[in-house]
Design a protein around this ligand. Sequence first.
Ligand code: ZN
Length: 316
Amino acid sequence: MKENKELIFLKPVLKERIWGGSRLRTEWGYESDRQGTFGECWAVSSNEQADCEIAGGAYQGRHLSELWKECPELFGGKTDGAFPLLVKIIDAGEDLSVQVHPDDAYAQTHGCKSGKWECWYILDCPEEAELIVGSHARSREELEQWIKDGAWDKLLNRVPIRKGDFLRVDPGTLHAITAGVELLEVQQNSDITYRIYDYERRQNGKLRELHLEDGLEVTRVPYRITAADVIHTDVRENTMQLLAETAQYRMWTIAVKGVAVPEIRTERFLVGSVLEGSGTIDGVQVRKGMHFIIPHGYAPEKLEGQMRLNLTEPAG
Ligand code: ZN
């Protein structure tokens, strides 16, 4: 099917966040008709909070949720339910709240269609930056007690990071992005978040709601990752590096320099982001900040230029 064989580019949507920074506009060139502090760019989303429009090509002007419903052949069939992925660029001007997400089973018994796994690819961070992933609690009692006491330093596990690192944040993992970090976040298309701690910050004079009961219930104990669990991007050029292979998704990264002829195959479809530089994919111009879908049945053959791409394939 010839009409399938093109990249489907999406128009990102910026989201205002109290903890946001300025880089989504100044460094990524994303635009918004609103003024404000933008913390998130929803780059590939069919979520009702930001249903991305297709930018150019055969499907120009249609929304991702429509394409998902009306053109299942682009996604390898199986398009019941919602589009499975949500891709964001996050610019943390300040610390984000400490939170946890449930898995599908828990979410479904609490009125939601799916839980949420997520993962992070670090685009930029201050020197000696750390992210919060996991906890030091050895038992559920300890978890509850430390949360009750506000013993956050004791509870929260911090992992040193540097640019190009990849971290998995599976359901049940306490996590938080810290000030100054910029990252690509790929997650399950779901809103379900239990906020555990928000640094007592006020938004319009009010503390944001916490969800301690659910949060405590879904948090995995004991669970903590160490620096050894963090995947560092390798330095080889023009080679696909597998960052994660889980029951729900697979993610690769590739640094293109000159010409790359990688094996890009998918059972379903892939979601791609250009994270640095510029170049071409089978002759089509791409640059930093562009996000696209590689539809089912299309295997890009030639990447050219100087750029970094990340590609994610949903499982199932
Ligand atoms: Zn999260």
